[in-house]
Design a protein around this ligand. Structure first.
Ligand SMILES: [Zn+2]
Length: 95
């Protein structure tokens, strides 16, 4: 999922439930990826199910709830900014 800051000031991006906070500079775009270990590829969702993300926009921040087992944050060029991937099903395949 792309998160773009079209504003003139840095935007705070918080990824829950990890509560990781990052700043998106003005006019920059970040990419948030999450993976699910569910065998059928479904998502536990928030209120409706089958939703990988929920986004709360607040006056000076954006809160992204990732419903997968991990999240990966990168910039628009694909450079990794941060990852909470210790439960990532893509990087820790069940053997
Ligand atoms: Zn992952």
């Amino acid at each position: 999922m792309l998160i773009s800051n079209g504003g003139e000031v840095p935007l705070e991006l918080v990824v829950e439930p990890w509560a990781d906070s990052h700043r998106i500079p003005s006019k920059q775009t970040c990419v948030v990826v999450t993976h699910s270990s569910a065998a059928d590829g479904s998502w536990p969702g928030t209120l409706r199910g089958d939703e990988p993300f929920q986004v709360d926009h607040r006056p000076d921040s954006v809160v992204v709830w990732a419903n997968g087992d991990c999240f990966h944050l990168s910039d628009a060029d694909g450079s990794v900014i941060y990852a909470a991937d210790w439960h990532c099903p893509d990087q820790n395949p069940v053997s």
